[in-house]
Design a protein around this ligand. Structure first.
Ligand SMILES: Nc1ncnc2c1ncn2[C@@H]1O[C@H](COP(=O)(O)OP(=O)(O)OP(=O)(O)O)[C@@H](O)[C@H]1O
Ligand SMILES: [Mg+2]
Ligand SMILES: [Zn+2]
Length: 394
């Protein structure tokens, strides 16, 4: 298991982030599509995926009229903390229904169009001082303009200064009956225990890939596209656990596609190495076919792929094979980051490699990736790695 953990550790930040960022910066975007995730922010509880453990409790509390005065929502980026806080605010002030927004009354409509007066959102990253919190405390005392509750969402609350936390603490100790605080953070360990203990805390989780897929297909459909299953799977994986990021990726793809969207469209739009090229490279290494491997590299060069990135993709594939060969149970660690067809390929190649082989291949690709940027001949590091892997004596 030693090697397995080592590899996981090095690859904590998964491979996709960098290439996505690059391509987002580089290509012309239709702005409207980049904000797909705003347009499709869930309007009702049912639309929020993967957070049933939070929403169930919130809805029960609302039905019983036992909503807490302060909540703390923690968890990774883009998994629904702000969304849930806003839904709570909307539901609490709905004029028609007790525990869910009707999306029809004057109050609900004001939430949907962003004009709600009794929802106050503060970004603690840019309002981190004690004066900001003092100002907030003044406002908290005033009764809501309309509706029964005033909801304060303090985003990135861990960014508050020490004095600001103390000021906030006082407010949390004696909140007026109409006030509800939702503190949100991606870094729970930076929130003082004194604050945590005065809130009802919820951990938000990364939604399951299957749930992300379903929602992506639905959003694509609403935008007039048909996203096929593997394509949806790939977009979900590219979100790396963040629904917001997955929706941004989808927006990029929708902007340049019409009608049906397949995996190839995703690969092309985002500049991800085509499945065929990666498959060919993996099979060529397994079959010790240097010529075929070189042909695939040439192909990748012609398309203009970043070969450092391609090395990272291969690295991931060998990591998967190593996991699967070590213990089939480890499949769950790679299922969240690889397409089912790629896992199937990894399984079919398992028998071609010894453990030592796999460890060596990972090391060699590691170097190829590291050297990719500074090599005077761009393809050289990957070629050397492939030669080494495909000619090594058993
Ligand atoms: N659990 C979810 N279910 C459905 N859609 C989601 C979910 N989480 C995020 N989204 C989508 O991503 C967008 C951003 O989500 P949200 O602002 O709630 O994330 P967050 O957890 O507050 O992230 P951050 O920590 O970056 O503030 C939403 O508008 C929605 O489109
Ligand atoms: Mg947020
Ligand atoms: Zn309503």
């Amino acid at each position: 298991m030693g090697q397995v953990c080592l590899v996981t550790h090095f690859y904590k930040r998964p491979i996709h982030a960098s290439i996505l960022k690059n391509s987002i910066d580089m290509k012309d975007e239709k702005q409207s599509h980049l904000v797909l995730y705003r347009k499709h922010r869930p309007k009702d509880w049912e639309e929020v995926i993967g957070q049933d453990h939070v929403i169930g409790v919130l809805r029960a509390a609302m039905k019983q009229g036992r909503v807490a005065h302060a909540y703390l929502f923690s968890g990774p980026r883009g998994v629904g903390k702000t969304t849930t806080a806003r839904l709570l605010a909307k539901a609490m002030n709905c004029l028609n229904r007790p525990a869910a927004p009707c999306n029809d009354c004057a109050s609900c409509v004001s939430y949907s169009d962003g004009s709600a007066l009794n929802l106050i959102e503060i970004d603690a990253a840019s309002n981190r001082g004690v004066d900001d919190i003092r100002e907030l405390r003044e406002g908290v005392r005033l009764a809501p303009a309309i509706g029964a509750h005033k909801i304060y969402i303090i985003d990135e609350v861990h960014q508050l200064s020490k004095d600001a936390f103390n000021a906030l603490l006082k407010t949390l100790e004696e909140p007026p009956a109409h006030a509800i605080f939702v503190l949100a953070t991606t870094e729970l360990d930076k929130v003082p225990q004194t604050i945590i203990s005065r809130t009802q805390a919820f951990d938000f989780r990364r939604p399951a890939v299957a749930d992300m897929k379903k929602r992506l297909v639905k959003i694509a459909k609403a935008e007039g596209h048909e996203l096929d299953d593997v394509a949806a799977h790939q977009v979900a994986l590219l979100g790396e656990g963040s629904m917001r990021d997955a929706e941004s990726v989808l927006g990029r793809v929708l902007a340049v596609s019409d009608g049906r969207i397949a995996l190839a469209n995703i690969e092309e739009t985002l500049g991800i190495p085509k499945s065929e090229i990666v498959h060919t490279l993996m099979e060529a290494v397994a079959a010790k076919d240097v010529g075929r491997a070189m042909g695939a590299v040439e192909n990748a060069m012609d398309i203009g792929y970043d070969l450092g990135y391609l090395s990272r993709v291969l690295l991931r594939r060998f990591r998967a094979i190593l996991f699967l060969k070590t213990d089939p149970q480890l499949e769950r660690f790679i299922a969240g980051e690889m397409l089912p067809q790629d896992i199937a390929l990894a399984k079919s190649l398992m028998g071609s490699f010894s453990h030592t082989d796999l460890e060596q291949n990972i090391k060699v690709l590691f170097e190829a990736e590291r050297d990719a940027k500074r090599s005077p001949i761009p393809q050289l590091p990957l070629e050397m790695a492939l030669v080494e892997m495909a000619t090594r004596e058993a």
